[in-house]
Write a protein that binds this ligand. Structure first.
Ligand SMILES: [Zn+2]
Length: 269
């Protein structure tokens, strides 16, 4: 890597760490119905969730603070477990992955800014079995913003109109197919399989990836879902498992492939 790229990577790591702290705040506040965006209020984790003591600067350094305090509150001593560093690290790695594929570009920046919402969605579905609407709507907003940005900035002749059509139709077809799968599976198994949140997430994935990614999305999400379900069944001895994480991982993989200009299983490139 050239000198410039190291500087870029340093910016990405800094940004990824801040986004990671934001993801922990989102994943804590949203399931509890707390506001996470109030002008002037800290959007990162700013107080101990147990005793409420306000965190100082040295408690708020992502990853490092956790290592220094071994995951304990310095005031009340409650242990946070591995939840915070796991979310921070996941967000950081997601941002670095986007940078390596999409480069130091504006679309990459939009995707990195989306990562805390995507990682929070993953954490919340694991912990509460819900995919909150507001997170899905915000992520759809990022996708629409990127579509609009490319249309306005690049204008015609770069294929972005076709991409916009693919993405908008992707949202409709992904969701329609998920709804059909849900109806079919509910009839076959006579119990709820896919949740409504999962169907909304299919629409979101279609909006980010576009129609050409439909076979990839179904196949990979299905495969990850089977592995994920087996893990819940065998390792955790649970019969129900959230499907959202499989969908979220597949969307992230799709964003990476999109940056590499690869549309697997689509027969076109
Ligand atoms: Zn505390």
């Amino acid at each position: 890597m050239a000198g410039e790229s190291w500087l870029e990577l340093a910016y990405v790591i800094l940004f990824g760490l801040v986004m990671g702290s934001f993801a922990t705040a989102l994943s804590w506040r949203i399931p509890r119905g707390q506001a996470w965006f109030i002008a002037g209020k800290s959007m990162v984790r700013s107080a101990c969730s147990h005793c409420g003591v306000r965190l100082g600067a040295r408690d708020m350094i992502p990853l490092l603070s956790w290592l220094l305090t071994r995951g304990k509150c310095r005031h009340c001593g409650v242990s946070y477990g591995g939840r915070y560093p796991a979310i921070e690290l996941a967000t950081l790695l997601c941002c670095i992955g986007i940078y390596f594929v999409w480069g130091f570009t504006f679309p990459a920046f939009i995707m990195m800014a989306s990562m805390p919402f995507l990682v929070a969605l993953f954490a919340i579905d694991v912990e509460y079995f819900i995919l909150p609407d507001q997170l899905i709507i915000i992520l759809a907003g990022f996708a629409l913003f990127l579509i609009a940005y490319q249309l306005v900035v690049y204008g015609s002749g770069f294929g972005f109109e076709a991409q916009a059509v693919m993405k908008l139709s992707g949202a409709v077809v992904f969701a329609g197919l998920a709804a059909a799968i849900r109806a079919g599976m509910n009839k076959l198994l006579s119990k709820d399989s896919l949740g409504m949140g999962d169907i909304k997430f299919f629409a979101l994935a279609g909006l980010w990836l576009g129609l050409a990614y439909l076979p990839f999305f179904l196949l990979v999400a299905g495969m990850i879902g089977v592995i994920w379900g087996a893990f819940y069944n065998l390792a955790l001895k649970k019969t129900v498992f959230p499907f959202g994480p499989a969908l979220i991982l597949t969307l992230y993989a799709g964003l990476i492939l999109q940056g590499l200009d690869i549309v697997p299983l689509a027969g076109i490139e």
